[in-house]
Ligand binder design. Structure first.
Ligand code: ADP
Length: 572
C-alpha cells in the first residue's frame, strides 16, 4: 500500500498510537528500574540503620561489662552476658515484630548456628580481602535452589534483600578472642588470636521483599496509569489541534480546489481561525482563484472577439465565394464563347485557308501564270501559310488549356520526321532564299513519342529559323546521339539574328516576342515556342536553346535514352 493512499488522519492516529505504545513501554521499564533502585537504596539504608543500632547496643553492652560482672562491693562475678549472647539477643529483639532476620555470623563461629551461609561467606571473604569493603548487599531471587537465599525461620519464599556489614575487632574483643591462641577465655572457649581492627565477624540482615515488591508494583501501576492518562490527554490535544488547524483546512482546500477544477472559479476560502501558515496558503489559493477568474474572463472576451473575427472572415469569404461564383459563371460563359469561337475558327478559317493554299499551289504548279501572277500567287500562298500556322498554334494552345491535348507514345523514326519537316519547310526556305540542310546520324535509334506533336515541334522551330534568318543564311535540321548520355538530340539551328541571353528563357512563354519591331517585320503570334515546350514536356522530352545575338540560334529537343527503342530488350 502506498503512503499517498493513506489519509493524513489515519497516519496521524497510527503515529500517535505507535508513539503512545512505545512511550508507555519505555516509561514502564524506566519506572520499574528507578523504583527498584530506590527500593534497594532505602533497604540498604534501613539495613545500615539496623546494623548501626545493633552495633550501638553491642557497644553499650561491652562498655557495661564491668557494671554487669562486678557486684556493688567490687567483687567480680561473670554473668555470662558476653558478645555472642548479646548479639544473638539483640538480633532476636530487632527481628521481633517484623519478618526480618538479623544475626551475627563469623567464619569460625564458637556456636554452630552462627556459621555463615554462602552469601555471608562471600561477604566475609571480601571483607578479609580488602579493608575498604565494609558491606555487601544484593537482592536474591525467590528460586529455592539459589545458594544465596537465606534459609531463615522467617523465609516466606519471596525474593530477599541481603545485607552483610563487617564487624571490626576492637580493644574489648581481644579479652576473649585475642592472643594467645588456644588459651581458655572467661566464657570457657579457646581464644582465636584475633588482632586489633581485623574482621571479627559480620552483622547479617535478611529482609523478605514480598511487601516491598507489592509496594513497588503499586507504585509502578500508579505511575504508569498517570503516564497513560497524561499521554492520552496529550494525544487527544495533539489530534484535536491537528484536526482543527491542519486537517479541516486541508479538507476545505481540497473541496475548494475541486470546485475550481470543475470551473466554478468564484471560490474563495475563509482564513479565520487558521494558523499563520495555513492562512497564508488560503490567501494564496484565493489570489490564485482570483487570477484564474480574471484570466478566464479575459479568455472569454478573447474567444468572443475571435468568434466575431471569424464570423466576419466567414462573411467575407462567403461574399468572395459569391463573387467568385459570379466570376466563374462569367468565365464559363466566356469559355463557351471561346469554344464557340475556336470551333468557328477551325471550320470557317482553316478550311478556306487550306483551299486557298492548295489553289495557289495549283496555280503556281500549272506554269500558266506569268511572272507578275506568280508573284501574287506566291504572296497569297505565303501569307495563307503563315496565317494557317498561327491559327493552328492558337487552336493547339486552346486545346492544351482545355486539357484535351492527348499525347500518344508510338515508335517513331526521326528520319521520317525530318523528311516531312523538310517537305513543309522547303518552300518557305526557297522563298526566303535560305539554304535548308538536314542530317540524320546513322546510329540514331527509333524512339517512343507522338509523331504528330514531334512534327509540329520541328515545323515551329524550323519556321522560326527560316523566319529569323536573312536571305543567304543556312538553316539545319539534324538528329544525332549524344556520346556521354546516349540521349537523342533533335536540333534546329540557324545563323540568323540570334536571341539575347536575357530573352532566352522568356521566349518559351506565351505571347512573348523579343522585340515588337521584329514582329512587325517577321510576323507571328508569340505562341510557337510555348507550344514547342508544351509538346516536348508532354512527351517527357527536354527543350533548350543556345544562341548568340547576330550569330544564330540552336534549339535542341532532348529525347532521353529511356525513350529510345532497344530491340535487344524487345526480343527478350
Ligand atoms: P512567333 O510566332 O513570334 O515566332 P514564337 O513563340 O515562335 O513566336 O517565338 C517567340 C519569339 O522568339 C519570336 O518572336 C522571336 O523574337 C524569338 N525567336 C524564336 N525563334 C528564333 C530564332 N530562330 N532566331 C531568333 N529569334 C527567334
Amino acid at each position: 500500500m502506498k503512503i499517498r493512499n493513506i489519509s493524513l488522519r489515519v497516519i496521524l492516529i497510527l503515529v500517535l498510537t505507535v508513539v503512545f505504545v512505545v512511550a508507555t513501554i519505555g516509561f514502564t521499564i524506566f519506572d520499574i528500574r528507578i523504583q527498584t533502585e530506590n527500593m534497594e537504596d532505602s533497604l540498604t539504608e534501613e539495613a545500615r540503620t539496623f546494623a548501626r543500632e545493633m552495633d550501638a547496643v553491642w557497644q553499650f553492652m561491652d562498655n557495661s561489662q564491668y557494671t554487669i560482672n562486678n557486684t556493688t562491693d567490687g567483687t567480680y562475678e561473670f554473668k555470662g552476658l558476653h558478645c555472642a549472647i548479646v548479639g544473638k539477643s539483640v538480633g532476636a529483639i530487632f527481628s521481633a515484630g517484623n519478618n526480618y532476620a538479623i544475626r551475627y555470623t563469623n567464619s569460625e563461629p564458637r556456636r554452630a548456628q552462627d556459621k555463615p551461609d554462602a552469601f555471608e561467606s562471600e561477604a566475609l571473604a571480601l571483607f578479609n580481602e580488602s579493608s575498604e569493603v565494609r558491606e555487601l548487599s544484593r537482592i536474591v531471587g525467590n528460586d529455592p535452589e539459589d545458594v544465596n537465599r537465606a534459609r531463615t525461620s522467617a523465609d516466606t519464599g519471596a525474593a530477599q534483600f541481603r545485607y552483610v556489614q563487617a564487624l571490626s575487632v576492637n580493644e574489648s574483643c581481644l579479652e576473649c578472642h585475642g592472643e594467645p591462641v588456644g588459651e581458655i577465655d572467661i566464657t570457657g572457649f579457646e581464644k582465636e588470636g584475633w588482632t586489633l581492627d581485623s574482621i571479627g565477624g559480620a552483622i547479617s540482615i535478611v529482609i523478605p521483599l514480598e511487601q516491598q515488591y507489592q509496594a513497588l508494583r503499586d507504585n509502578v501501576i500508579r505511575d504508569v496509569s498517570f503516564f497513560l492518562l497524561l499521554a492520552t490527554f496529550i494525544g487527544v490535544v495533539v489530534f484535536g489541534l491537528m484536526t482543527v488547524f491542519v486537517l479541516r483546512p486541508l479538507e476545505s482546500m481540497k473541496r475548494a480546489f475541486g470546485e475550481v477544477g470543475a470551473g466554478r472559479l468564484s471560490q474563495s476560502m475563509d482564513n479565520a481561525g487558521t494558523a499563520r501558515e495555513v492562512a497564508s496558503l488560503i490567501d494564496r489559493f484565493n489570489a490564485m482563484a482570483q487570477e484564474l477568474r480574471v484570466t478566464y474572463e479575459g479568455l472569454e472576451d478573447q474567444v468572443t472577439e475571435r468568434t466575431l473575427d471569424l464570423r466576419r472572415a466567414n462573411e467575407e469569404l462567403a461574399a468572395q465565394r459569391d463573387s467568385l461564383e459570379v466570376l466563374s459563371a462569367q468565365l464559363a460563359k466566356e469559355s463557351q464563347v471561346k469554344t464557340d469561337l475556336l470551333s468557328m475558327v477551325n471550320h470557317e478559317l482553316r478550311t478556306p485557308l487550306t483551299s486557298i493554299i492548295t489553289l495557289a499551289q495549283i496555280a503556281l504548279d500549272s506554269g500558266n501564270a506569268d511572272v507578275e501572277e506568280r508573284k501574287s500567287w506566291e504572296e497569297v500562298r505565303k501569307s495563307s501559310s503563315v496565317l494557317l500556322g498561327m491559327i493552328n498554334n492558337m487552336l493547339d494552345i486552346a486545346r492544351s488549356d482545355a486539357g484535351s491535348m492527348a499525347v500518344s507514345s508510338e515508335i517513331m523514326d526521326l528520319g521520317d520526321i525530318i523528311a516531312t519537316a523538310q517537305g513543309t519547310l522547303g518552300p518557305l526556305a526557297i522563298n526566303a532564299r535560305v539554304t535548308l540542310k538536314t542530317s540524320v546520324a546513322p546510329d540514331v535509334p527509333l524512339v517512343y513519342g507522338d509523331f504528330e506533336k514531334m512534327q509540329r515541334i520541328l515545323e515551329n522551330l524550323g519556321t522560326n529559323a527560316v523566319k529569323f534568318t536573312a536571305s543567304g543564311g543556312v538553316v539545319a535540321l539534324s538528329v544525332s546521339v549524344e556520346a556521354e548520355t546516349e540521349d537523342v538530340l533533335v536540333q534546329v539551328s540557324d545563323n540568323g539574328i540570334g536571341i539575347a541571353e536575357e530573352d532566352q528563357e522568356r521566349i518559351f512563354e506565351r505571347f512573348f516576342q523579343v522585340d515588337s519591331s521584329t514582329t512587325r517585320i517577321y510576323g507571328g503570334s508569340g505562341l510557337g515556342l510555348a507550344l514547342v515546350r508544351e509538346y516536348a514536356v508532354a512527351q517527357g522530352f527536354g527543350i533548350s536553346v543556345e544562341s548568340e545575338l547576330g550569330e544564330g540560334s540552336t534549339f535542341t529537343v532532348r529525347i532521353p535514352k529511356a525513350d529510345t527503342v532497344d530491340f535487344s530488350e524487345e526480343d527478350e
